[in-house]
Ligand binder design. Structure first.
Ligand code: RFL
Ligand code: PHB
Length: 386
Protein backbone atom coordinates (compact mmCIF):
# COMPACT_ATOMS: atom_id res chain seq x y z
CA UNK A 1 0.00 0.00 0.00
CA UNK A 2 1.11 3.55 -0.66
CA UNK A 3 -0.24 6.97 0.25
CA UNK A 4 1.13 10.49 0.58
CA UNK A 5 0.39 11.06 4.28
CA UNK A 6 -0.03 8.14 6.70
CA UNK A 7 -2.10 9.36 9.64
CA UNK A 8 -1.91 7.43 12.90
CA UNK A 9 -5.05 7.89 15.01
CA UNK A 10 -8.63 8.58 13.94
CA UNK A 11 -9.69 11.05 16.65
CA UNK A 12 -10.59 14.64 15.78
CA UNK A 13 -6.99 15.58 14.84
CA UNK A 14 -6.42 12.60 12.52
CA UNK A 15 -9.79 12.73 10.76
CA UNK A 16 -9.76 16.51 10.34
CA UNK A 17 -6.27 16.37 8.85
CA UNK A 18 -7.34 13.63 6.44
CA UNK A 19 -10.41 15.62 5.40
CA UNK A 20 -8.57 18.91 4.83
CA UNK A 21 -5.84 17.16 2.83
CA UNK A 22 -8.48 15.37 0.76
CA UNK A 23 -10.15 18.70 -0.12
CA UNK A 24 -6.76 19.83 -1.48
CA UNK A 25 -6.19 16.62 -3.45
CA UNK A 26 -3.58 15.19 -1.05
CA UNK A 27 -3.99 11.46 -0.34
CA UNK A 28 -3.99 10.00 3.15
CA UNK A 29 -4.83 6.80 5.00
CA UNK A 30 -5.88 6.87 8.67
CA UNK A 31 -4.85 3.95 10.92
CA UNK A 32 -7.09 3.74 14.00
CA UNK A 33 -6.62 1.03 16.63
CA UNK A 34 -10.19 1.09 17.97
CA UNK A 35 -13.45 0.15 16.27
CA UNK A 36 -15.43 2.90 14.59
CA UNK A 37 -18.26 2.31 17.06
CA UNK A 38 -15.94 2.83 20.05
CA UNK A 39 -14.48 6.04 18.64
CA UNK A 40 -17.96 7.44 17.91
CA UNK A 41 -19.15 6.61 21.43
CA UNK A 42 -16.54 8.60 23.36
CA UNK A 43 -17.82 11.63 25.31
CA UNK A 44 -15.21 14.34 25.72
CA UNK A 45 -14.86 18.05 25.09
CA UNK A 46 -17.68 20.46 24.39
CA UNK A 47 -16.42 23.98 23.71
CA UNK A 48 -15.22 25.30 20.35
CA UNK A 49 -13.38 28.58 19.97
CA UNK A 50 -14.55 30.83 17.15
CA UNK A 51 -11.35 30.07 15.19
CA UNK A 52 -12.19 26.35 15.38
CA UNK A 53 -15.80 26.95 14.30
CA UNK A 54 -14.62 29.11 11.38
CA UNK A 55 -12.04 26.55 10.23
CA UNK A 56 -14.50 23.64 10.42
CA UNK A 57 -17.12 25.71 8.59
CA UNK A 58 -14.64 26.71 5.88
CA UNK A 59 -13.86 23.03 5.36
CA UNK A 60 -17.51 22.15 4.81
CA UNK A 61 -18.14 20.77 8.30
CA UNK A 62 -20.43 23.56 9.50
CA UNK A 63 -23.83 22.37 8.33
CA UNK A 64 -24.98 20.55 11.48
CA UNK A 65 -22.59 22.39 13.82
CA UNK A 66 -23.98 25.82 12.97
CA UNK A 67 -27.54 24.50 13.24
CA UNK A 68 -27.22 22.55 16.49
CA UNK A 69 -24.28 24.23 18.24
CA UNK A 70 -25.18 26.71 20.97
CA UNK A 71 -23.39 30.04 20.58
CA UNK A 72 -22.29 31.72 23.82
CA UNK A 73 -21.15 35.27 24.37
CA UNK A 74 -19.12 34.22 27.39
CA UNK A 75 -19.07 31.99 30.45
CA UNK A 76 -19.57 32.55 34.16
CA UNK A 77 -17.50 31.93 37.28
CA UNK A 78 -19.18 31.46 40.68
CA UNK A 79 -17.54 31.61 44.11
CA UNK A 80 -18.97 32.18 47.59
CA UNK A 81 -22.30 33.84 46.83
CA UNK A 82 -20.89 35.70 43.84
CA UNK A 83 -21.13 35.24 40.09
CA UNK A 84 -19.15 36.94 37.34
CA UNK A 85 -19.84 36.76 33.60
CA UNK A 86 -16.69 36.78 31.46
CA UNK A 87 -17.97 38.50 28.34
CA UNK A 88 -15.96 37.19 25.38
CA UNK A 89 -18.26 38.88 22.89
CA UNK A 90 -17.86 42.30 24.51
CA UNK A 91 -14.11 42.18 25.00
CA UNK A 92 -13.02 40.24 21.91
CA UNK A 93 -15.97 40.10 19.50
CA UNK A 94 -15.41 36.34 19.50
CA UNK A 95 -18.24 34.20 20.91
CA UNK A 96 -17.63 30.46 21.40
CA UNK A 97 -19.82 27.49 20.65
CA UNK A 98 -20.98 24.55 22.78
CA UNK A 99 -20.95 21.57 20.40
CA UNK A 100 -19.90 18.13 21.64
CA UNK A 101 -16.75 16.41 20.41
CA UNK A 102 -18.93 13.33 19.88
CA UNK A 103 -20.81 15.20 17.17
CA UNK A 104 -17.63 16.51 15.57
CA UNK A 105 -16.38 12.94 15.46
CA UNK A 106 -19.63 11.92 13.69
CA UNK A 107 -19.40 14.82 11.24
CA UNK A 108 -15.80 13.86 10.41
CA UNK A 109 -16.63 10.17 10.16
CA UNK A 110 -19.26 11.03 7.52
CA UNK A 111 -16.61 12.63 5.27
CA UNK A 112 -13.59 10.41 6.05
CA UNK A 113 -15.13 6.98 6.52
CA UNK A 114 -13.53 5.21 3.53
CA UNK A 115 -10.01 6.46 4.29
CA UNK A 116 -9.97 4.98 7.80
CA UNK A 117 -8.64 1.52 8.58
CA UNK A 118 -10.18 0.66 11.94
CA UNK A 119 -8.84 -1.96 14.33
CA UNK A 120 -5.31 -1.43 12.96
CA UNK A 121 -3.11 -2.96 15.66
CA UNK A 122 0.63 -2.76 16.41
CA UNK A 123 0.87 0.39 14.30
CA UNK A 124 4.56 1.35 14.04
CA UNK A 125 6.21 4.18 12.07
CA UNK A 126 9.63 3.33 10.52
CA UNK A 127 12.51 5.29 8.99
CA UNK A 128 10.91 8.66 9.71
CA UNK A 129 14.23 10.47 9.36
CA UNK A 130 14.72 9.06 5.85
CA UNK A 131 12.95 10.26 2.67
CA UNK A 132 11.03 7.00 2.47
CA UNK A 133 9.20 6.44 5.76
CA UNK A 134 6.60 3.70 6.14
CA UNK A 135 4.18 2.39 8.73
CA UNK A 136 3.49 -1.24 9.56
CA UNK A 137 0.34 -2.54 11.24
CA UNK A 138 -1.68 -5.68 11.77
CA UNK A 139 -5.29 -6.03 10.70
CA UNK A 140 -7.25 -9.25 11.28
CA UNK A 141 -3.98 -10.96 12.21
CA UNK A 142 -2.28 -10.02 8.94
CA UNK A 143 0.68 -7.63 8.82
CA UNK A 144 0.59 -4.79 6.27
CA UNK A 145 2.97 -2.06 5.21
CA UNK A 146 1.94 1.47 4.23
CA UNK A 147 4.59 3.47 2.34
CA UNK A 148 4.26 7.23 2.50
CA UNK A 149 5.96 10.63 2.18
CA UNK A 150 5.02 11.80 5.69
CA UNK A 151 3.65 10.32 8.91
CA UNK A 152 1.21 12.38 11.00
CA UNK A 153 1.13 11.24 14.63
CA UNK A 154 -2.45 12.05 15.71
CA UNK A 155 -2.74 9.15 18.14
CA UNK A 156 -3.37 10.94 21.41
CA UNK A 157 -1.37 11.00 24.62
CA UNK A 158 -0.99 7.19 24.87
CA UNK A 159 -0.18 6.73 21.18
CA UNK A 160 2.89 5.21 19.59
CA UNK A 161 4.07 8.10 17.40
CA UNK A 162 5.76 10.18 20.09
CA UNK A 163 7.52 7.11 21.46
CA UNK A 164 9.48 6.47 18.25
CA UNK A 165 11.30 9.80 18.65
CA UNK A 166 14.59 8.96 20.37
CA UNK A 167 15.05 10.34 23.90
CA UNK A 168 17.74 12.92 23.11
CA UNK A 169 15.56 14.65 20.50
CA UNK A 170 12.49 15.22 22.63
CA UNK A 171 12.03 17.42 25.68
CA UNK A 172 8.93 16.73 27.74
CA UNK A 173 7.32 19.05 30.28
CA UNK A 174 4.69 17.67 32.61
CA UNK A 175 2.51 18.58 35.57
CA UNK A 176 0.06 16.08 37.01
CA UNK A 177 -2.72 17.55 39.16
CA UNK A 178 -3.71 15.60 42.28
CA UNK A 179 -7.38 15.22 41.29
CA UNK A 180 -9.69 14.32 38.40
CA UNK A 181 -13.02 15.42 36.97
CA UNK A 182 -16.05 13.20 37.36
CA UNK A 183 -18.43 14.07 34.50
CA UNK A 184 -22.00 13.10 33.76
CA UNK A 185 -24.41 13.63 30.91
CA UNK A 186 -28.07 13.91 31.78
CA UNK A 187 -31.13 14.42 29.62
CA UNK A 188 -32.21 17.55 31.46
CA UNK A 189 -32.29 21.20 30.34
CA UNK A 190 -28.89 22.81 31.07
CA UNK A 191 -28.32 26.04 32.97
CA UNK A 192 -28.35 28.95 30.49
CA UNK A 193 -24.66 29.79 30.85
CA UNK A 194 -21.61 27.59 31.09
CA UNK A 195 -20.63 28.15 34.73
CA UNK A 196 -17.38 27.25 36.53
CA UNK A 197 -17.46 27.16 40.35
CA UNK A 198 -14.74 27.58 42.95
CA UNK A 199 -15.88 26.13 46.27
CA UNK A 200 -14.14 25.03 49.49
CA UNK A 201 -15.48 21.50 48.74
CA UNK A 202 -13.84 21.55 45.30
CA UNK A 203 -14.38 22.68 41.71
CA UNK A 204 -17.59 22.16 39.73
CA UNK A 205 -18.73 22.98 36.19
CA UNK A 206 -22.17 23.22 34.61
CA UNK A 207 -22.03 22.84 30.83
CA UNK A 208 -24.33 21.81 28.04
CA UNK A 209 -24.65 19.85 24.85
CA UNK A 210 -28.16 20.52 23.53
CA UNK A 211 -31.31 22.19 24.91
CA UNK A 212 -32.19 18.82 26.50
CA UNK A 213 -28.73 17.43 27.29
CA UNK A 214 -26.56 18.76 30.13
CA UNK A 215 -22.93 18.07 31.01
CA UNK A 216 -21.79 18.53 34.62
CA UNK A 217 -18.43 17.93 36.28
CA UNK A 218 -17.14 17.86 39.84
CA UNK A 219 -13.55 17.66 41.02
CA UNK A 220 -12.84 14.30 42.73
CA UNK A 221 -9.80 12.76 44.42
CA UNK A 222 -7.38 11.11 41.97
CA UNK A 223 -7.99 7.54 43.21
CA UNK A 224 -11.80 7.82 42.96
CA UNK A 225 -13.71 4.77 41.71
CA UNK A 226 -16.71 5.54 39.56
CA UNK A 227 -19.00 3.04 41.36
CA UNK A 228 -18.58 5.12 44.52
CA UNK A 229 -20.63 7.83 42.84
CA UNK A 230 -24.34 7.11 42.54
CA UNK A 231 -26.35 9.74 40.67
CA UNK A 232 -27.82 10.94 43.97
CA UNK A 233 -24.41 11.42 45.51
CA UNK A 234 -23.22 13.28 42.39
CA UNK A 235 -26.16 15.72 42.35
CA UNK A 236 -25.94 16.42 46.08
CA UNK A 237 -22.25 17.25 45.76
CA UNK A 238 -22.71 19.30 42.60
CA UNK A 239 -25.49 21.43 44.08
CA UNK A 240 -23.45 22.02 47.25
CA UNK A 241 -20.65 23.57 45.16
CA UNK A 242 -22.75 26.27 43.44
CA UNK A 243 -24.23 29.37 45.10
CA UNK A 244 -27.93 28.73 45.95
CA UNK A 245 -29.10 31.11 43.21
CA UNK A 246 -27.46 28.89 40.57
CA UNK A 247 -28.03 25.52 42.29
CA UNK A 248 -31.78 26.26 42.46
CA UNK A 249 -31.84 26.42 38.64
CA UNK A 250 -30.09 23.07 38.07
CA UNK A 251 -32.51 20.36 36.92
CA UNK A 252 -31.34 16.92 38.07
CA UNK A 253 -32.18 13.56 36.49
CA UNK A 254 -30.70 10.13 35.77
CA UNK A 255 -27.24 10.15 34.21
CA UNK A 256 -26.85 8.67 30.72
CA UNK A 257 -23.03 8.65 30.88
CA UNK A 258 -20.52 8.93 33.69
CA UNK A 259 -16.72 9.02 33.43
CA UNK A 260 -13.61 10.26 35.21
CA UNK A 261 -10.79 12.15 33.46
CA UNK A 262 -7.41 12.77 35.07
CA UNK A 263 -5.92 16.28 34.87
CA UNK A 264 -2.51 16.85 33.38
CA UNK A 265 -0.45 19.49 31.61
CA UNK A 266 2.07 18.02 29.17
CA UNK A 267 4.11 19.32 26.24
CA UNK A 268 6.58 17.44 24.04
CA UNK A 269 9.00 19.54 22.00
CA UNK A 270 9.60 19.65 19.09
CA UNK A 271 6.44 18.42 17.35
CA UNK A 272 8.46 17.11 14.43
CA UNK A 273 11.11 14.45 13.92
CA UNK A 274 12.23 14.09 10.30
CA UNK A 275 9.11 13.25 8.34
CA UNK A 276 7.03 12.52 11.44
CA UNK A 277 4.77 15.38 12.59
CA UNK A 278 2.81 15.24 15.86
CA UNK A 279 -0.58 16.91 16.22
CA UNK A 280 -3.15 17.16 19.02
CA UNK A 281 -2.98 15.18 22.25
CA UNK A 282 -0.05 13.15 20.86
CA UNK A 283 2.11 16.22 21.53
CA UNK A 284 0.35 18.02 24.35
CA UNK A 285 -2.29 17.69 27.04
CA UNK A 286 -4.03 20.43 28.96
CA UNK A 287 -6.39 20.11 31.92
CA UNK A 288 -9.95 20.64 30.63
CA UNK A 289 -10.47 23.76 32.77
CA UNK A 290 -9.81 26.15 29.88
CA UNK A 291 -11.60 23.96 27.29
CA UNK A 292 -8.51 24.09 25.09
CA UNK A 293 -7.65 20.42 24.32
CA UNK A 294 -9.84 19.94 21.27
CA UNK A 295 -9.20 23.49 20.07
CA UNK A 296 -5.44 22.88 20.09
CA UNK A 297 -5.91 19.68 18.09
CA UNK A 298 -7.81 21.76 15.52
CA UNK A 299 -5.22 24.57 15.41
CA UNK A 300 -2.38 22.03 14.99
CA UNK A 301 -4.25 20.55 12.03
CA UNK A 302 -4.77 24.03 10.60
CA UNK A 303 -0.98 24.67 10.57
CA UNK A 304 0.04 21.16 9.53
CA UNK A 305 -2.48 20.85 6.70
CA UNK A 306 -1.43 24.23 5.26
CA UNK A 307 2.21 23.17 5.42
CA UNK A 308 1.61 19.81 3.72
CA UNK A 309 -0.57 21.39 1.03
CA UNK A 310 2.12 24.01 0.36
CA UNK A 311 4.63 21.18 -0.01
CA UNK A 312 2.51 19.25 -2.51
CA UNK A 313 1.32 22.32 -4.46
CA UNK A 314 4.54 24.31 -4.60
CA UNK A 315 7.31 21.96 -3.54
CA UNK A 316 8.21 24.25 -0.62
CA UNK A 317 9.13 23.09 2.87
CA UNK A 318 9.08 26.50 4.62
CA UNK A 319 5.80 25.90 6.49
CA UNK A 320 6.73 22.31 7.33
CA UNK A 321 9.99 23.61 8.79
CA UNK A 322 8.11 26.27 10.77
CA UNK A 323 5.28 23.95 11.92
CA UNK A 324 6.61 22.91 15.31
CA UNK A 325 7.52 26.45 16.38
CA UNK A 326 4.26 27.99 15.18
CA UNK A 327 2.10 25.27 16.74
CA UNK A 328 4.01 25.28 20.05
CA UNK A 329 3.63 29.02 20.38
CA UNK A 330 -0.14 28.60 20.54
CA UNK A 331 0.15 25.42 22.64
CA UNK A 332 2.15 27.13 25.41
CA UNK A 333 -0.37 29.97 25.56
CA UNK A 334 -3.17 27.44 26.13
CA UNK A 335 -1.06 25.40 28.57
CA UNK A 336 -0.42 28.49 30.64
CA UNK A 337 -4.06 29.62 30.59
CA UNK A 338 -5.45 26.15 31.49
CA UNK A 339 -2.90 25.80 34.29
CA UNK A 340 -3.80 29.24 35.66
CA UNK A 341 -7.55 28.58 35.59
CA UNK A 342 -7.01 25.15 37.17
CA UNK A 343 -4.98 26.74 39.99
CA UNK A 344 -7.60 29.44 40.49
CA UNK A 345 -10.64 27.17 40.67
CA UNK A 346 -9.61 23.84 42.29
CA UNK A 347 -9.15 22.66 45.83
CA UNK A 348 -5.58 21.40 46.20
CA UNK A 349 -4.98 18.70 48.84
CA UNK A 350 -3.38 20.21 51.94
CA UNK A 351 -3.81 23.71 50.55
CA UNK A 352 -5.40 24.90 53.77
CA UNK A 353 -7.66 27.89 54.02
CA UNK A 354 -4.86 30.17 52.91
CA UNK A 355 -5.02 29.16 49.25
CA UNK A 356 -8.83 29.29 49.30
CA UNK A 357 -8.66 32.91 50.46
CA UNK A 358 -6.01 33.74 47.87
CA UNK A 359 -8.23 32.23 45.15
CA UNK A 360 -11.24 34.20 46.37
CA UNK A 361 -9.20 37.38 46.52
CA UNK A 362 -8.04 36.86 42.92
CA UNK A 363 -11.64 36.22 41.84
CA UNK A 364 -12.72 39.43 43.61
CA UNK A 365 -9.95 41.27 41.76
CA UNK A 366 -11.18 39.78 38.48
CA UNK A 367 -14.71 40.95 39.28
CA UNK A 368 -13.54 44.48 40.02
CA UNK A 369 -11.20 44.92 37.07
CA UNK A 370 -12.48 45.20 33.52
CA UNK A 371 -8.90 45.02 32.27
CA UNK A 372 -8.38 41.69 34.01
CA UNK A 373 -11.69 40.41 32.61
CA UNK A 374 -10.68 41.51 29.11
CA UNK A 375 -7.39 39.59 29.41
CA UNK A 376 -9.19 36.44 30.60
CA UNK A 377 -11.86 36.80 27.89
CA UNK A 378 -9.14 37.09 25.23
CA UNK A 379 -7.56 33.82 26.30
CA UNK A 380 -10.83 31.98 26.85
CA UNK A 381 -12.19 33.03 23.45
CA UNK A 382 -8.86 32.17 21.81
CA UNK A 383 -6.92 34.22 19.28
CA UNK A 384 -7.16 33.87 15.48
CA UNK A 385 -4.91 31.10 14.08
CA UNK A 386 -2.79 33.56 12.05
P1 RFL B 1 -7.66 11.62 20.63
O1 RFL B 1 -9.07 12.13 20.61
O2 RFL B 1 -7.16 10.98 21.84
O3 RFL B 1 -7.55 10.63 19.41
C1 RFL B 1 -6.42 9.80 19.23
C2 RFL B 1 -6.85 8.58 18.46
O4 RFL B 1 -5.72 7.76 18.25
C3 RFL B 1 -6.06 6.41 18.52
N1 RFL B 1 -4.83 5.70 18.88
C4 RFL B 1 -4.17 4.88 18.04
N2 RFL B 1 -4.43 4.48 16.79
C5 RFL B 1 -3.56 3.62 16.22
N3 RFL B 1 -2.45 3.12 16.85
C6 RFL B 1 -2.15 3.50 18.10
N4 RFL B 1 -1.05 3.04 18.73
C7 RFL B 1 -3.02 4.42 18.77
N5 RFL B 1 -3.04 4.98 19.98
C8 RFL B 1 -4.13 5.76 20.03
C9 RFL B 1 -7.08 6.49 19.63
O5 RFL B 1 -7.91 5.35 19.70
C10 RFL B 1 -7.86 7.74 19.23
O6 RFL B 1 -8.97 7.44 18.40
O7 RFL B 1 -6.64 12.79 20.26
P2 RFL B 1 -6.79 14.05 19.27
O8 RFL B 1 -7.37 13.63 17.96
O9 RFL B 1 -5.50 14.75 19.33
O10 RFL B 1 -7.94 14.97 19.92
C11 RFL B 1 -7.71 15.61 21.13
C12 RFL B 1 -9.00 15.70 21.94
O11 RFL B 1 -9.69 14.48 21.90
C13 RFL B 1 -8.67 16.06 23.39
O12 RFL B 1 -7.78 17.17 23.44
C14 RFL B 1 -9.88 16.45 24.22
O13 RFL B 1 -10.94 15.57 24.12
C15 RFL B 1 -9.36 16.50 25.67
N6 RFL B 1 -10.45 16.28 26.60
C16 RFL B 1 -11.25 17.32 26.90
N7 RFL B 1 -10.99 18.53 26.34
C17 RFL B 1 -11.79 19.57 26.61
O14 RFL B 1 -11.54 20.67 26.07
N8 RFL B 1 -12.89 19.40 27.45
C18 RFL B 1 -13.20 18.19 28.02
O15 RFL B 1 -14.17 18.06 28.73
C19 RFL B 1 -12.36 17.10 27.75
N9 RFL B 1 -12.62 15.87 28.29
C20 RFL B 1 -10.66 15.00 27.18
C21 RFL B 1 -11.78 14.81 28.01
C22 RFL B 1 -9.82 13.91 26.93
C23 RFL B 1 -10.02 12.66 27.52
N10 RFL B 1 -9.07 11.62 27.28
C24 RFL B 1 -8.18 11.68 26.14
C25 RFL B 1 -8.70 10.69 28.26
C26 RFL B 1 -12.04 13.57 28.57
C27 RFL B 1 -11.17 12.49 28.32
C28 RFL B 1 -11.53 11.16 28.93
C1 PHB C 1 -17.66 20.42 28.45
O1 PHB C 1 -18.77 20.88 28.13
O2 PHB C 1 -17.42 19.22 28.37
C2 PHB C 1 -16.63 21.37 28.94
C3 PHB C 1 -16.87 22.73 28.91
C4 PHB C 1 -15.90 23.59 29.39
C5 PHB C 1 -14.72 23.09 29.86
C6 PHB C 1 -14.47 21.73 29.86
C7 PHB C 1 -15.44 20.85 29.41
O3 PHB C 1 -13.77 23.93 30.33
Amino acid sequence: MRTQVAIIGGGPAGLLLSHVLDLAGVESVVLEMQTRQYVLGRVRAGVLEKSSVDFLTEKGLGERMNREGLTHEGSAIAWRDKRLFIDCQKYTGRPFMAYGQTKIQEDLDAVCGDRVIEEALDVTPHDVTSDVPYVTFTKNGEESRLDCDFVAGCDGFHGVSRTVIPQGFLKEYERIYPFGWLGILSETPPVPQLTYANHPRGFALASQRTPMLSRYYIQVAEDTKIDEWSDDRFWTELLARFPATIADGIVTGPSVEKSIAPLRSFVAEPMRHGRLFLAGDAAHIVPPTGAKGLNLAISDVYYLSKALIEYYDEGKTAQLDAYSGVALNRVWGAVRFSWWLTELLHLFPNQGEFKQRIQESELDHLASSERFQAAVAEQYAGLPFD
